[in-house]
Write a protein that binds this ligand. Structure first.
Ligand SMILES: [Zn+2]
Length: 493
């Protein structure tokens, strides 16, 4: 059988991929969802456990209010409708890291539904629907290696058992691996802004499963889907989808059938492998959790939570573009994290001229970062440094030319602007007689322009300022140059 990488573009274009994503996000509560055990990451195995999260007989769950609030905030940020009443349900299955033999989740009455987010796509912004956001508990972890007996046995760590999760299920609105990537990027950004999760993929705080099928273009019914599980980066999900779409097209082209199954992605080989046949919802024998009351989030509580929702990335970008006259691209970069946007805005506001801070970010900082292949988080010059440099230019303590030189030094030495400035303390020429001398030279060297000026063409003054600044290697105090130059030109030397 030919490798799927050989599937022709023509064959691919006869089929339309249909992708839906399920994202699990751990909520940043201090304690677990149904008991008071700590959720801290990295503790020695099986030290954050109690009868409730161990599923010992007779132990009863008590719902963590903070987990509900975090889930509601996330759902609101994803434009969902919050259901006033939602029901916890038992999802029954056996797995070694699930001591109760069931997971408490939500089923037919989830916390929130009917949301959406917008993602950039080929034809502009595309709305991707969010079917539901529901609350559930995490399972423990099976550790297959790293222990003395790992060759013959699997170890179990139940610290994670009972950590609060939200599951965010998208509509099958995603049509390409790139859109899936964008969806995940936006989703993560929004969740991070709400502050309800750190979305750390390495620590498993954000995990994604992808459902993907293909159908002949124009066909209404969906094809049989495969689920790709446990992929640990957005880039790998894009790659896994790319591979899987090709594989399915190839099977169908050859007259074969797609099996409904769960597949794992091997990032080293760039291929997906069949893991097990996919279970259906009815396999789990869901039923309402008898130990928990229906969850009621009434209108008053919803209103309170809505008020505590921070400004979200898209709205913030729009506002920042208006407030600071920055480009769309810069707004994207500056709002990449809430921390960075906060830092920029507080620096801009503290500076004498906020727009100058924005301008410097655009004209001096971004270009240098790009040239060095650095992300803004890796910038040697902090936003505070940019603000300080802006103020120095604003007060004419340094010229634009000196600022550029100092920025170059900052990047060379990987030192923040204030440190470089302190060390270099560029001496500005403020000595009136020295500047006067330069002005006289420039005037003497450009009689034609002097004539134009005196004939009334006052804009020529700019030319003289430029010449004097150049003669001083950018070090003359520009304000002083302006004053003295005007005097000289008006006086008729
Ligand atoms: Zn516990």
């Amino acid at each position: 059988m030919a490798s799927t990488t050989e599937i022709s573009d023509a064959a691919r274009t006869n089929y339309e991929p249909v992708i839906g994503l399920e994202v699990h996000v751990q909520l940043l509560t201090a304690s677990k969802i149904f008991c008071s055990c700590s959720t801290a990451f990295g503790a020695p195995p099986n030290t954050h456990v109690c009868p409730v999260c161990l599923g010992l007989p007779g132990a009863l769950p008590v719902l963590n209010r903070k987990a509900v609030e975090f889930a509601v905030l996330a759902a609101m940020a994803l434009n969902c409708r919050i259901n006033e009443t939602s029901i916890f349900a038992r999802k029954n299955y056996f797995y070694p890291d699930l001591p109760k033999g069931y997971q408490i989740s939500q089923y037919d009455k989830p916390l929130a539904e009917f949301g959406w987010i917008e993602v950039p796509s080929v034809g502009g912004l595309k709305k991707i629907g969010i079917t539901r956001v529901h609350l559930e508990e995490d399972a423990g972890k099976s550790l297959h290696d790293g222990f003395p007996g790992s060759k013959d046995a699997t170890a179990i760590d139940l610290n994670r058992t009972g950590t609060p999760l939200i599951e965010i299920v998208s509509e099958p609105d995603i049509s390409t691996p790139d859109e899936a990537y964008e969806y995940l990027t936006r989703l993560k950004e929004i969740i991070l802004y709400t502050g309800v999760s750190d979305c750390n993929m390495e620590e498993g705080s954000l995990r994604c499963d992808a459902n993907v099928s293909v159908r002949p273009r124009g066909q209404r019914e969906f094809g049989t889907k495969a689920e790709i599980k446990n992929v640990n980066s957005f880039r790998f999900i894009r790659d896994a989808l790319q591979y899987e779409i090709g594989r399915q097209v190839e099977v169908l082209q050859a007259g074969g059938k797609i099996t409904q199954e769960t597949r794992l992605y091997n990032a080293n080989e760039g291929k997906t492998y069949s893991m097990r046949s996919k279970e259906e919802a009815h396999d789990y024998r869901y039923f309402p959790e008898p130990d928990l009351l229906p969850l009621v989030v009434n209108q008053k509580w919803q209103a309170e939570l809505r008020r505590s929702l921070p400004e979200l990335p898209e709205a913030r970008r729009k506002r920042m573009i208006a407030d600071y006259a920055i480009t769309d691209y810069d707004a994207q970069v500056l709002t990449a994290t809430r921390g960075l946007a906060d830092e920029f805005e507080s620096a801009a506001k503290a500076a004498k001229n906020p727009k100058r801070v924005a301008n410097l970010v655009q004209s001096e900082l971004m270009g240098r970062l790009k040239a060095k292949g650095l992300e803004i988080e890796q910038s040697p010059i902090s936003m505070k440094g940019v603000a300080m440099s802006a103020d120095l230019v604003e007060s004419s303590a340094i010229s634009g030319k000196i600022l550029k030189d100092l920025y170059d030094l900052s990047f060379e030495r990987r030192q923040d602007f204030p440190a470089v400035y302190e060390k270099e303390k560029p001496q500005q020429i403020t000595d009136t007689s020295a500047i006067e001398k330069m002005i006289e030279d420039v005037i003497a060297a450009n009689p034609k322009q002097v004539e134009q000026y005196r004939a009334g063409k006052k804009t020529v003054a700019g030319f003289f300022v430029g010449q004097v600044m150049k003669a001083s290697k950018g070090q003359a105090n520009p304000q002083l140059v302006n004053e003295l130059l005007t005097k000289k030109l008006e006086l008729g030397s």
